[in-house]
Design a protein around this ligand. Structure first.
Ligand code: FES
Length: 212
């Protein structure tokens, strides 16, 4: 999918990292002559800083931030743009406070992801690729997020919500609207990715681990 990039009128003229200690920490993970390896965590740090700074909605990456990363990592800015525009996790335009990424790949689709997307659209009032009027939600459709065993699932910001039904999806959105906490992970009585029908093997080990 072609990345959505903020139009010039929304782009800030400059960008400065506030948490310089965090930037230094990220750079310290890589050899001094391989600074460009820091480009991905720095892009992520931009999104988190912007999320804390924007008046409404969530964090995104302005072009000025990509230029700042290019300067810090001593690399051509086009290389930063290439990374930022390749991965769907980097958001390059204003977005809702809660980014709902609906997995619609085969296992989730077979388990009803189309109904989950519909529930998201009905509960937020916006369609896939759009942001709700209150700037609280943006819905995206994504490929497999690696939690197929607990399909259907969505990712909202940093968290996974699994074993969803359309009704539960609407409840989660209502809770987020109300500023309430929502339990992450499986939304049924399943521990992690254990069998939904209950444990069938390694039962003693599960008990020892406190999972039963
Ligand atoms: S298919 Fe949805 S998480 Fe893998």
């Amino acid at each position: 999918m072609k990345p959505r990039i903020a139009p010039p009128e929304l782009q800030p003229a400059t960008f400065t990292f506030k948490d310089t200690a965090k930037v230094a920490d990220i750079l310290s993970r890589y050899p001094a002559d391989k600074k460009q390896s820091a480009v991905m965590p720095l892009l992520d740090l931009v999104m988190r800083q912007m999320a804390a700074e924007v008046k409404e909605g969530g964090g995104w990456i302005p072009e000025a931030a990509m230029e700042e990363i290019a300067r810090i990592c001593e690399m051509p800015r086009i290389k930063v743009f290439e990374v930022a525009t390749f991965y769907s996790m980097y958001i390059l335009a204003p977005i809702g406070k809660h980014h709902i990424q609906c997995c619609t790949t085969t296992p989730c689709w077979l388990r009803g992801s189309a109904d989950i997307v519909k529930a998201c659209e009905e509960a937020t009032g916006c369609h896939v690729g759009e942001t709700s009027q209150d700037k609280l939600f943006t819905i995206s459709e994504v490929e497999c997020l690696g939690a197929c065993v607990n399909a259907p699932m969505v990712q909202i910001n940093d968290e996974y919500y699994e074993d969803l039904t359309p009704e539960r999806m609407k409840e989660i959105i209502a809770a987020l609207k109300a500023g309430q906490d929502v339990p992450k992970g499986p939304q049924i009585k399943r521990h992690s990715s254990m069998s939904a029908a209950g444990p069938t093997t390694l039962i003693e080990e599960a008990k020892k681990a406190g999972a039963l």
